[in-house]
Write a protein that binds this ligand. Structure first.
Ligand SMILES: NC(=O)c1ccc[n+]([C@@H]2O[C@H](COP(=O)([O-])OP(=O)(O)OC[C@H]3O[C@@H](n4cnc5c(N)ncnc54)[C@H](O)[C@@H]3O)[C@@H](O)[C@H]2O)c1
Length: 388
């Protein structure tokens, strides 16, 4: 124990992501025992004392706060984890950077490019360690897809296709805003499916296939008015309920993306497919352990899509878990991000995606919204430099 270095976490927000990140911190010592750095669950923060206290007790935090500014002001917090709705990311992250804290921020980095730029400048000026929870990169089958593309097995890439389909907002009686439904309030969320769902697809796509150069998008808001939780009045809905866009990647391939919360029958169907000169791969969140792979170089009579069960010891991250052939799940992508973040403290390298990487994703999201609003192609201005 003595040789370990401890990072005291201040968790802000105790909802879905607050829980799943905390689970990640709790697993690190068990599955990566040799790592030099370990988290301590120092403080959690939620606005209502009874909720914050219950979270503290249930998840094993040492203390709680009801004002996030107190977390930032505390000398016994080394890293701030931002798990609040999107409208709070910038203010908290900038304050945390100015206080010299490490920052682990949920996605999307911000509501707008302007907000994201302020955050990026703040962490770079302060020189604090930072990462953004685009967790899908760390599902072993997705990491394997990245490795296969990087190895050149697909050859020249022609197409990148991604969908993220849900169906939970079809009911017109669903209000907007408030604790549970902030995603439907544009002031809190910044955008609808573009920032919530497509941001994930864009992050994965640029990580695997390089920068997105320009976009042509279409959005729709199917339910135009909803009662706002704060006012009790019917108000115009400002988010995009559905969005599709096409794009050019820097490498010359074409991209096609779709996200919606109006695809009856789909809860969280994130899929992508990449078609190259020699081979193709595809992946599906509902069957997240598998990676489908088609290799044109296979002998003709047995050529076909193969389904790789990404559970063997030489698959990404899988040497840490159980035995070959047994699966892990969604929560493990966050555990892997915790592990990579803590390992990066030891190596001194960045834990990608950093604020800079997420800033590039933000540029694509904003270009998508602008393109849809103006019915025009938009350059993204992305400078994608991640090479790993
Ligand atoms: N990486 C992913 O796959 C993923 C998945 C879901 C959500 N997210 C992101 O995580 C963030 C949080 O989403 P969620 O699903 O956990 O939301 P949630 O509604 O479940 O939780 C939000 C939490 O923030 C707290 N909060 C709100 N205002 C606060 C304040 N002023 N001070 C302290 N706490 C406050 C709420 O009480 C709640 O506990 C969002 O940015 C969202 O986009 C990412």
């Amino acid at each position: 124990m003595k040789d370990k270095k401890y990072i005291r976490i201040g968790m802000i927000g105790t909802g879905l992501m607050g829980r799943i990140h905390t689970n990640g911190y709790k697993r690190l010592a068990d599955f990566w025992p040799e790592y030099e750095y370990r988290p301590i669950l120092q403080a959690c923060c939620s606005r209502r004392a009874e909720k914050a206290e219950a979270f503290m007790k249930d998840w094993g935090y040492e203390s709680f706060e009801t004002d996030w500014k107190k977390i930032i002001a505390r000398d016994d917090i080394d890293a701030v984890d931002i798990c609040t709705p999107n409208d709070m990311h910038a203010e908290i992250a900038i304050a945390a950077a100015e206080a010299g804290k490490m920052i682990l921020c949920e996605k999307p980095l911000a509501r707008t490019v302007e907000e994201a730029k302020g955050m990026l400048d703040a962490v770079e000026k302060a020189g604090v360690k930072n990462t953004v929870w685009y967790n899908y990169r760390r599902i072993p089958a997705v990491t394997l897809a990245k490795q296969i593309v990087a190895s050149g097995k697909l050859g020249k890439i022609f197409h990148y296709r991604a969908n993220f389909l849900q169906d939970w907002t079809i009911n017109p009686e669903l209000p907007q805003g408030g604790d549970a439904l902030w995603r439907l309030d544009v002031a809190a969320a910044g955008s609808g499916v573009t920032g919530d769902l497509l941001a994930h697809c864009i992050d994965t796509a640029m990580w695997i296939n390089g920068g997105i150069k320009d976009v042509s998008a279409m959005t729709e808001t199917f339910i135009k008015e909803r009662v706002h939780q704060k006012t009790g009045e019917k108000q115009a809905v400002g988010i995009d309920d559905a969005c599709t866009f096409q794009c050019h990647f820097d490498n010359g391939s074409l991209g096609l993306f779709e996200a919606t919360r109006y695809a009856r029958g789909h809860k969280a169907l994130y899929t992508f497919e990449i078609n190259g000169e020699h081979a193709s791969i595809r992946w599906d969140l509902h069957d997240l352990t598998r990676l489908e792979y088609f290799d044109h170089d296979d002998e003709g009579q047995v050529r076909g899509w193969r389904s790789i069960h990404v559970t063997d010891g030489d698959h990404p991250y899988m040497d840490r878990w159980w035995i070959p052939g047994t699966s892990i799940g969604y929560e493990h992508s966050f555990i892997h991000q915790v592990a990579d973040f803590f390992h990066s403290l030891e190596t001194g390298e960045s834990c990608h995606p950093t604020f800079r990487d997420a800033f590039e994703t933000q540029k694509v999201c904003e270009a998508v919204i602008n393109s849809a609003n103006e019915r025009a192609w938009k350059d993204t201005g992305v400078e994608w430099v991640e090479k790993y």
